[in-house]
Design a protein around this ligand. Sequence first.
Ligand code: NAI
Length: 330
Amino acid sequence: MKIVFFSSQPYDREFFTRFNTLRFELSFQEARLNEETAELADGAEAVCVFVNDKVTEAVMDKLAAKKVQIIALRCAGFNNVDLEAAKARGIKVCRVPAYSPEAVAEHTVAMLLALNRKIHKAYNRVREQNFALNGLLGYNLHGKTVGVIGTGNIGKAFAKIMLGFGCRVLAFDLIANKDLEAAGVEFHPLTVVLKADIISLHCPLNDQTRHLINTETIAMMQKGAVLINTSRGGLIDTNAVIEALKNKQIGALGIDVYEQEEKLFFRDLSEHIIKDDTIQRLMSFPNVLITAHQAFFTEEALSQIAMTTFTSIDQLSQKGNLTNQAALLV
Ligand code: NAI
């Protein structure tokens, strides 16, 4: 069976080739999946896509015409796939629901620690032989209140780490998590959780959560709150956050995801002129740390992603159903 990978990077080739024990025919394409590049799915029973491949109804039509039967997302989020359109065309869609929640949770902590101890500034300073400490004053995380929005796999892992730091952890989710409550996490309405010293977003992007962080919700936060988003860029109204950084309502921002990231992330644009003024403005703040959707990027996560994706594709192609039902979207 042939699987065509879109938006593939050298590390995708490395890990998917390493774990290809079922000997699928693999075709790695650098192109993003769209109406034009769908041509590359010729002869494929399955296509494997990533976070910024937009699998719209029109793309789905092209794939259906090519007799593609499975769309395998090699990620957890699936806001970029039109599931209704897939269902209508009998195309199965699967994802990797939980490959390594710790990978993302630990990156979230890394961003928080870098921001609050100003490691990003210290690194550059020392390289310039500037050993002064002025301007690098941080604060202890111990004793601070951390607000976790979304306590699924990643939010749960993050909340547990923060409890270990000696933080008070407040959480908001549609359903309170009993294990976390037993561990000491307090579930509250969003308005209460927004009052935390540090707020970290771990819910999916959907119609309810789009621009969850906006002018109104920012006004509910404490002045100088730290905001971290390793979930999806669309959870934040970026312009509202820029205003809040300018007037110091937000004290520091760490983002691994960005609303317009598909035009930028996963590419080396160092020789290009960036036309996106919003990200340029964000990059100009000394208290903003941006990473380019790398929270998932660990050995363990890439291994798990490759193994789960192959297992799902194999099961869907043979029996049409999955042992890991959480992976099946339609
Ligand atoms: P999950 O599905 O295990 O958990 C999501 C949680 O959010 C659930 O508990 C759900 O009840 C909750 N939720 C849903 N709607 C909500 C709302 N309106 N308000 C509050 N909570 C709500 O997902 P997981 O694995 O924890 O991933 C979370 C997100 O992290 C994914 O949707 C994905 O967008 C993002 N992600 C980012 C990665 C990166 O590399 N930066 C890698 C993997 C995932």
